[in-house]
Design a protein around this ligand. Structure first.
Ligand code: F6R
Length: 607
């Protein structure tokens, strides 16, 4: 949510900043801007909308300089406009910010009392003005920035650039991630390592409360108390080539297509080739010493947790509570003894999930996370971080991260079942064999692309869509609905099929498409009955099933998407593919922006 970047380079930085911002654009794309210092003079360029508008502006109105900062915005305070775009400037200081300054009203009042006037509606402008105020009262740039940072409440990652200072960026982190990249005689600042990947693989992550004085040849980090802090420099292994579209029209299409490969990688990470037993990487967990599980996440990751609840309860006979992080963190839920707290997050930086994790520190017996970014805050603050191996996910709508999260969560549930003795060796071996066959089933599901595209063409004309499923298909119904609304802007809801007649059935008429997820499991017949109730009211059923007879036997099924048969425990991972492809092709048919849907951003670092 908002991406920031900074470069103290040897060459012109404007193109480098724009390139780095491109890799951060998934964090927001309401407006973008850069500031540089050239021959001692601070200047900036900003444009509303996607980054391409800033690039165009820079063609006509270039910005020279070898030191600079940049920003891509997801609006919090103030509409997307040039005035509200970052960098914000006050006199001799320019600032880029990711996060929210919660006490900005108090700071504005203080600044107003000193005679300052405001040009924007943003919280960030107060940071620039306050720093300028401190500089006017005699502090040097570093002292002024540090004093301002001390006054801020809320969450922020900040980078400051100063008029007359060609070799200085001040950076700070509290609640929002920030990495410092080390080059040869160059230094970089970025919201994440992906932004810096082509520039350097040597990165130092700032910790909570850290502030950094960055020059081309030095990095000094001070902690919240102002003490010198030693932070490791790590080598980041980011396969930059994997951040292109590899011939696909959209990142989302590429990421959907990658699933057989990345899910196989996720499976291999916990299921050694020569064994049917799950073996977790890193520290081992003993579920026989744990009585309950609390799982917390947001959005798609939350639906992965809801799915995992079925697995942990059914396979490991473990009581599970699942919650949305933004609710959990403020509810002050008691965490009983012998509890495992489990946090699921693709980015590992989601503000609410991180806050929920911190709430559980010292209360839960163990804190485990399931993350895609191993260097993320959530991973670093967990006792054990299990990587999902999805690779960089750029499309704002999460796809491959979801299926990889599910694969790791299922394996965790199997480990729990083994530790607690709730599955026989034979049942564990069945699951292991089924998991090994999953990538090939995912490939077969992807081959349904054409029939899904045809169904999506019809769906694109709908105003509302229902997704129905029972058991393990219920969370997936909600995930399918989320995918569709995110990228096609069609209103969609996911319901438990059995809940239909308790209200939503009132919505069914000839204009209502209903996607029914119906694998041949123990609940199949019940789901089919619910589907018939829909068809009896002229609802348009899109049936996703592995049952060969069912579609032909039913008059009035609008479209059928045929799935291969997999072990019943694995159906949510497999059926995620048609759910994702339905949303994708519907969005393409509607001509919406698939990879960067309106109002959304990946990595939600504000609450
Ligand atoms: C939906 C989507 C979001 C994220 C949610 C949590 O397609 O991507 O709902 O799942 O914002 O993000 P992470 O997993 O990064 O914590």
């Amino acid at each position: 949510m908002c991406g920031i970047v900074g470069v103290l380079g040897k060459h012109e930085v404007a193109p480098i900043l724009v390139e780095a911002l491109k890799r951060l654009e998934y964090r927001g794309y309401d407006s973008a801007g850069i500031a540089t210092v050239n021959e001692g003079v601070l200047d900036r360029r900003r444009a509303v909308g996607k980054l391409v508008n800033l690039s165009d502006l820079l063609v006509h109105d270039p910005l020279p300089g070898k030191s600079g900062i940049g920003h891509t915005r997801w609006a919090t305070h103030g509409v997307p406009s040039v005035e509200n775009a970052h960098p914000h400037r006050a006199g001799s200081v320019a600032v880029v910010h990711n996060g929210i300054v919660e006490n900005y009203r108090e700071l504005r009042a203080e600044l107003a009392s000193h005679g300052f006037r405001f040009e924007t509606e943003t919280d960030t402008e107060t940071v620039a003005l306050m720093t300028e105020h401190h500089m006017k009262s005699g502090l040097d740039p570093v002292q002024a920035a540090f004093k301002t940072i001390d006054q801020l409440e809320g969450a922020f990652a900040l980078a400051f650039l100063f008029d007359g200072e060609e070799d200085l960026i001040v950076a700070a982190r509290k609640g929002s991630p920030l990495a410092i990249g080390h080059g040869d005689g160059e230094m970089y600042v970025g919201s994440d390592a992906i932004a810096l990947a082509p520039l350097t693989d040597r990165v130092t992550y700032l910790e909570e409360g850290d502030r950094a004085i960055v020059t081309r040849n030095s990095l000094e980090i001070r902690d919240e108390r102002g003490e010198l802090a030693n932070r490791d420099m790590r080598r980041i292994n980011l396969d930059v080539s994997r951040t292109d579209k590899a011939g696909h029209k959209h990142y989302m299409a590429k990421e959907i297509a990658e699933q057989p490969v990345v899910v196989a990688e996720a499976i291999r990470s916990c299921l050694p080739a020569a064994s049917d037993r799950i073996c977790l990487p890193g520290e081992d967990l003993d579920f026989s010493k744990l009585d309950r599980l609390t799982m917390v996440a947001c959005g798609t990751a939350f639906y992965a947790c809801l799915t995992a609840k079925y697995w942990f309860e059914r396979l490991a006979k473990m009581p599970v509570e699942v919650d949305i992080a933004s609710e959990f963190r403020y509810r002050e839920p008691p965490i009983p003894e012998r509890s495992l707290a489990l946090f699921v997050s693709q980015s590992g930086e989601t503000a609410d999930t991180l806050a929920a994790l911190r709430y559980c520190e010292g209360k839960a017996d163990k804190i485990v996370s399931v993350v895609n970014v191993p260097e993320s805050s959530i991973a670093r603050e967990s006792d054990l971080a299990l990587p999902i191996h999805a690779g960089v996910e750029i499309g704002v709508a999460s796809t491959k991260a979801f299926t990889c999260q599910l694969a790791v969560l299922l394996m965790l549930a199997l480990k729990a079942a083994a530790d607690r003795g709730t599955l026989t060796d034979e049942e564990l071996a069945d699951h292991a064999a089924a998991l090994r066959g999953l990538p090939s089933a995912l490939n077969t599901a992807l081959e349904q692309d054409n029939s899904i595209r045809v169904a999506a063409q019809r769906l694109s004309e709908a105003r509302d869509v229902l997704f129905l499923g029972r058991g393990l298909m219920y969370p997936l119904a909600m995930e399918g609905a989320l995918k569709l609304k995110e990228i096609s802007y069609i209103h969609a809801e996911g319901y438990a099929s059995g809940e239909l007649k308790h209200g939503p059935i009132a919505l069914i008429d000839k204009n209502m498409p209903v996607v029914v997820m119906a694998p041949r499991d123990v609940l199949f017949d019940k789901t089919v009955s619910n589907m018939q109730e829909v068809m009896a009211r002229k609802g348009k059923v899109i049936l996703v099933s592995d049952d060969e007879g069912i579609a032909e036997a039913q008059d009035g099924v609008w479209a059928t998407i045929r799935m291969p048969y997999v072990h019943p425990s694995l159906t949510p991972i497999l059926y995620a593919v048609p759910a994702q492809l339905l949303a994708y092709h519907t969005a393409v048919a509607k001509g919406t922006d698939v990879d960067q849907p309106r109002n959304l951003a990946k990595s939600v670092t504000v609450e």
